[in-house]
Design a binder for this molecule. Structure first.
Ligand code: NHR
Ligand code: GAR
Length: 221
């Protein structure tokens, strides 16, 4: 039997998106194998989640390196030992150098907590509230040199409610993140995604809900 497609997940913190991916693999919804979880923050709670799931973990602390490039080289060496088909950023908080991006070109995914191109970068929930936007959400995208600027694979929107604080809005967005990230990884591993003129196609088609209308909740079974 052929080996299942390998995933390496990079995290910095809580790891709830990692958990959603672990759960999708364990339930059979995502036919893949998480070969390793690598964190840059010692003691990140997500590393404990991985160990509980029996997944090898590594910590590569960026503070131990003189330059970003040296940190990224160490990260690449660690990742490549597992020969993953895809590398997944799940709440990974360090900007990656061009050498790293080029090394994993076309097989590096990120989930970002906004409806890109709105609010790239950090503190997205507070910025969305501040802007008065009626909706906010999350985007899964291919990672390119431009931070949070790569081709978008899937988005999910949630309403902004009148009494929202950044924390309550973040929680509503996070529920959607957990739904769309395993789905996008599955599409990628099934070979269903392509990129044409900076746009992502699923099964060779532009998705009708891409653009203004975003991916809504799953239909009821
Ligand atoms: N690297 C590249 N080249 N391109 C992208 O699209 C990337 C990336 C690295 C990470 C995730 C991204 C997000 O989803 C991501 C996308 C961290 C920062 C940041 O400013 C920005 C965007 C993202 C992740 N990090 C600070 C830095 O100096 C450190 C912040 C901290 O440690 O808390 O690297 O939001
Ligand atoms: C998620 O909301 C993710 O989209 C975001 O951080 C959270 C991580 O949660 N990512 C970024 O902000 C990347 N800069 P998790 O650790 O529980 O998955």
């Amino acid at each position: 039997m052929a080996a299942r497609a390998g995933i390496v997940v990079l995290i910095s913190g809580r790891g709830s998106n990692l958990q959603a991916i672990i759960d999708a693999v364990n339930s059979g919804r995502l036919p893949a194998e998480i070969r390793a979880v690598i964190g840059n923050e010692p003691g990140a709670p997500g590393l404990a989640r991985a160990r509980t799931a029996g997944i090898p973990t590594h910590t590569i602390d960026h503070r131990d390196f003189a330059t970003r490039e040296q940190f990224d080289q160490a990260l690449m060496r660690s990742i490549d030992a597992y020969h993953p088909r895809v590398v997944v950023l799940a709440g990974f908080m360090r900007i990656l150098s061009n050498a790293f991006i080029d090394h994993y070109a076309g097989r590096l995914l990120n989930i970002h907590p906004s409806l890109l191109p709105a609010f790239p970068g950090l503190n997205t929930h507070a910025r969305a509230l501040q802007s008065g936007a009626s909706h906010h959400g999350a985007s899964v995208h291919f990672v390119t040199h431009e931070v949070d600027g790569g081709p978008v694979i899937i988005q999910a929107a949630v309403p902004v409610l009148p009494d929202d604080a950044p924390e309550t809005l973040a929680e509503r967005v996070l529920m959607e993140e957990h739904r769309i990230y395993p789905k996008a990884i599955g599409w990628f591993l099934a070979g269903r995604l392509s990129v044409e003129n900076g746009r992502v196609l699923l099964d060779g088609q532009q998705r009708p809900e891409q653009g203004l209308q975003r991916d809504g909740p799953e239909p009821l079974p």
